[in-house]
Design a protein around this ligand. Sequence first.
Ligand code: ZN
Length: 133
Amino acid sequence: MNKIEHIGIAVKDLEAAKQTFKALLGVDFYKEETVASEGVTTVFFKIGGVKIELLQATHPDSPIARFIARRGEGIHHLAFDVDSVTEKTTRLTAEGFQVLNPEARAGADNKLINFIHPKSTHGVLVEICQNKE
Ligand code: ZN
């Protein structure tokens, strides 16, 4: 892992959350993007070297909707920058981590991503991501 790339926060009301985080961080978001395959609309802020990703469900069966129903709004995942999601997926799977997808997939913000189940990581959903070329 190279560094924390972003922190994902699940929210119910993206418009309200945008205003809250704009006021809190003192900067405006730089990107809003819907990833239909993941069932989310995302908004990104950048502060220092780290991004904050706000996630709102696009439909009631979205993983974000299920997360909020179970646990309420809040920190949803930590994302680590890696050189190769494919290589990390193979290595972490071999080491016994429960990686959610057999292969890297497209995420928001021009990334290839995968996730590690919180059961493998003491309750924290971990995303690994790399910039798409
Ligand atoms: Zn993320």
